[in-house]
Write a protein that binds this ligand. Sequence first.
Ligand code: 13P
Length: 250
Amino acid sequence: MRKKMIAGNWKMNNTPAEGAKLVQDIKAAADAATCDVVVCTPFVCLPSALEAAKGSHVQVAAQNMHYEDKGAFTGEISSVMLKDMGVTHVVLGHSERREYFAESDQTVNLKTKKALMENIVPIVCVGESLEQRETGIAFDWIRMQVKLALLGIAKEDVKRVVIAYEPIWAIGTGKTATDEQANEVCGVIRSALKELYDAETADEMRILYGGSMNAKNAQGLLAQSDIDGGLIGGASLKAEDFSTIIGFAG
Ligand code: 13P
């Protein structure tokens, strides 16, 4: 049985004080649940979120990191810095970073390897655009993204990687993939993992769905055979909605 994960991607929202309050407000739901609960906060919110999460089941993630330890990379944050603070997870290759900040399959791969080296759980995002879906290349595209992200990662390490399937057309649009559509692609990802590694590895790895998941549609999505949790944007900013989603994951 794969342990479910509910991760809230706050994106560029919340001040440190607002973030701490949000963590306080979701603690009860997180502590009552058996799934992993993660908040992916802006860098400046990490200290207050970590402080607020102390002694609870809430884990704290960054939304990006650099693959070098240190150096002349103005504006960047390294995995060593994150690890030192107590950050346990990191979102990598989110479509917004790929689209607006020149994140590539190659940098996602470097960062994924680095996070694993640092013992930080990488949550690696993949997903197709509407045009790719309409032209029938979504599955091929996603298989390619998965393969390139995991290039050179050994079987014993890859099990710690979490993959998030986030169709770009469903992000922040209020347009969710249907339960079947989401599960179908998560299944495609799992078979790609099986080809790359083996059935046992693919069975153990967690695949999340993200894209307008909310308190109303989460139950159906989370009940799907190949969906092991959610990466949630908008709805993760509301403690009540996020707590409801955590409750559905159990
Ligand atoms: P929304 O839930 O706001 O659609 O965002 C999804 C997402 O991008 C999570 O990383």
